[in-house]
Design a protein around this ligand. Structure first.
Ligand code: G1P
Length: 295
């Protein structure tokens, strides 16, 4: 690892309407994936890449997030008194992972607007942005590679994944040119959620970005785009067109990604991850086979 980047911004102010009523009082980022909130996987991924200064952009309903990354001394004392060190370690873990800060988004005006809220915390250094709906399997490399590409090219870097054409309208889509490096591309254009059938490629942005700080000034001048929201994708398109601060590169990811923002994919993620776990997989795998035969 050569990068000196330590700051990561995690937008977590969405309303999570796809998971109502579960998300009526609970932020969607706190929904468990097996037995750990989705957001903890994301923070663990950040920390594994050296990003230990975490800024979460939160909404009105986000006390649960702050509590999760804080100590719970009452629970810790109870577990300590019982001598349950295993559970004690699980409770303490989230509060020891990283230095977690919070800022309110206020009026939620889109992903670009959420990222802009990080301007004073981030300052004049490159930084990462991670979206909580995308889980990247801890066994597959992505963020470290993106940080290396940022360091080498001194440009902004986005994570890309090839998707089925029928899915392209759900993502920011990139036009790309190959570079001399395998799976590193130069991004020549970006469009947020193109109308079905109009996408310039099948390279979709997945929720990992390493951005140059010039993005903040660009977002400030970015007009509302798709859905009337200030889109990060549109600001990145301006960085490309300039080019500003070296333009934008993409790292093509071919590993395992789970979309926990979609109900069906969320269920699939839980089944897959649980079936691979030492403590659950042995009993779960034969049950899945039996169940599949019943269908
Ligand atoms: C956001 C971005 C989009 C990106 C996607 C990845 O959209 O705006 O460009 O492809 O995340 O998950 P959202 O899914 O938040 O609507």
């Amino acid at each position: 690892m050569t990068s000196s980047i330590t700051k990561v911004v995690i937008p977590a102010a969405g309303l999570g309407t796809r998971f109502l009523p579960a998300t009526k009082a609970l932020p969607k980022e706190m929904l468990p994936v097996v037995d750990k909130p989705a957001i903890q996987y994301v923070v663990e991924e950040a920390v594994a890449a050296g990003l230990v200064d975490v800024l979460m952009i939160v909404g009105r309903n986000k006390n649960a997030l702050a509590n999760h990354f804080d100590r719970n001394t009452e629970l810790e004392h109870t577990l300590e008194a019982k001598g349950d060190n295993k559970k004690l370690a699980l409770v303490a873990e989230a509060s020891q992972l990283a230095d977690v800060h919070f800022v309110r988004q206020g009026d939620p005006k889109g992903l670009g607007h959420a990222v802009l809220r990080a301007k004073s915390h981030v300052g004049n250094q490159p930084f990462a942005v991670m979206l909580g709906d995308d889980l990247i399997d801890a066994r597959d490399v992505l963020l470290t590679k993106m940080l290396d590409v940022q360091d080498e090219r001194k440009a902004s870097v986005i994570a890309l994944m090839e998707v089925e054409p029928s899915q392209a309208h759900l993502y920011g889509i990139a036009s790309v040119e190959a570079t001399e490096e395998t799976d590193v591309v130069r991004v020549t254009g970006l469009v947020e959620k193109p109308e079905p059938g109009t996408q310039p490629s099948n390279y979709a942005i997945i929720g990992r970005y390493v951005l140059c700080p010039e993005i903040f000034d660009v977002i400030e001048k970015t007009e509302p785009g798709k859905g009337g929201e200030i889109q990060l994708t549109d600001a990145l398109q301006t960085m490309i067109a300039g080019p500003i601060a070296g333009g934008v590169y993409g790292v093509v990811f071919r590993g395992r990604r789970y979309d926990t923002g979609d109900r069906l994919d969320y269920i699939k993620a839980i089944i897959r991850l649980a079936s691979e776990r030492d403590d659950l997989g042995k009993d779960l795998r034969p049950w899945i086979k039996e169940f599949a035969e019943e269908l």
